[in-house]
Design a protein around this ligand. Structure first.
Ligand code: SF4
Length: 376
């Protein structure tokens, strides 16, 4: 089908959150499913819908691809025939998709309020201040590395300063690459991923320091910084930080033969107490390939754990490590209502909630992402 291009007025609205029209509130599940299916079919190859692992079922069932953020962006780039990439994830994922998109592709985030608390913990102003303070303190030759869960501006800074992006599955390879180039790395924005990864690589904890962006010189002394091999930005995921060692102890008491697998965004103590750690892709692989009769406690977002439990039942048992379930509330903002609105608007020739990374930033963010792809 033919979908019109953006008007100048709509271009001026880019990045502005547009409220969901009232007509899209209060729809029944049946009407929602029927209209989503019809809109998806009408748009055909003009659209590719991406669904992150943490997305809710009512949305993900309409996704053409599911996976983690990097895998989804790569898959979208293979669909250069799709003029529109509808990313059912959060802001930084849509930004990465825009950076990696083929020329002419437009990226849409169904609700622009779907941010990421971790990505928001490192702003470009804070990073530039940190960089200036490190230089003024005589800490030279630091290489910046950022987790993919960060704003495009942070990725661009890393690209421009010789650094790279990493994911939870390739963080060790990227850190090893970094240490071949510099004695000290600055890892943003997740301190836990950085600490857990470096520790597994044999770096002692006393060679890592935590940079608090709200304190002068990160709350550190020039001596402590000079001794550090890894400067960890004081950021975390509010979902994964909720898992505790006490939860692991309770699971083991109830299931002595069970295994515990957690995401590396969990705290150091939790990762140390678990049997295994891994990215979302790794967690899915380990559980689905485990022998029949296996019992797992999984420490990651509840939608992935619930879907995984259904997928491997009844041969295996999968439970969430947190009995109250850890929900990514910002990812949850992308509702089927929002998805329906953006799809039906495309049919009418209107693009809502487009995510655009400015050109200069896009170029350097792409450099940082490409470095990562060359490393792994
Ligand atoms: S789970 Fe954590 S890191 Fe992932 S999108 Fe949600 S807040 Fe961000």
């Amino acid at each position: 089908m033919d979908v019109q291009l953006l008007t100048e007025h709509e271009n001026a609205q880019l990045g502005t959150r547009q409220p969901l029209p009232e007509a899209y509130l209060g729809l029944s599940d049946e009407e929602m499913d029927a209209r989503l299916g019809a809109a998806r079919a009408a748009l055909g190859d003009a659209v590719v819908i991406l669904g992150h692992h943490y997305q809710r079922d009512e949305v993900i069932r309409f996704a053409d691809f599911t996976g983690d953020s990097l895998r989804l962006s790569r898959q979208a780039a293979t669909r250069a025939d799709a003029r529109y990439i509808v990313f059912c994830g959060v802001q930084f994922m849509a930004e990465s998709a825009d950076v990696l998109a083929a020329p002419g592709q437009q990226v849409i985030l169904p609700d622009l309020a779907a941010g990421c608390s971790m990505a928001d913990m490192a702003t470009i102003d804070q990073l530039e201040t940190c960089w200036d303070e490190l230089e003024a303190a005589g800490v030279a030759g630091v290489l910046p590395v950022t987790y993919i869960n960060s704003a495009a501006a942070i990725k661009a800074f890393c690209g421009e300063h010789g650094g790279a992006v990493c994911t939870s599955s390739n963080a060790a390879a990227v850190l090893a690459w970094g240490w071949r180039r510099a004695a000290t790395l600055l890892m943003l924005p997740d301190q836990h991923l950085g600490r857990n990864t470096a520790c597994a690589m044999g770096v002692p904890l006393d060679e890592m320091v935590v940079w608090d962006p709200d304190e002068p010189l990160g709350g550190l002394t020039p001596d402590a910084l000079a001794r550090a091999r890894l400067i960890l930005w004081k950021g975390h995921c509010s979902v994964h930080e909720r898992f505790t060692v006490a939860q692991i102890d309770r699971f083991r008491a109830a299931h002595p033969d069970g295994r515990v697998i957690v995401h590396p965004e969990c705290t150091f103590d939790v990762v140390q107490a678990a049997d295994e750690t891994g990215s979302t892709e790794r967690i899915v692989q380990r559980v689905t390939e485990s022998p029949a009769g296996s019992v797992w406690a999984v420490g990651t977002e509840i939608h992935l754990v619930s879907r995984l439990a259904r997928q491997v039942a009844p041969e295996r048992t999968v439970v969430t490590l947190d009995p109250f379930g850890c929900l990514c509330s910002t990812m949850f903002r992308v509702s089927p209502n929002h998805l329906l609105w953006v799809l039906e608007s495309l049919i009418e020739g209107r693009v809502h909630n487009r995510v655009v990374v400015p050109e200069g930033r896009k170029r350097w963010a792409r450099v940082a992402l490409d470095r990562m792809l060359e490393i792994t």
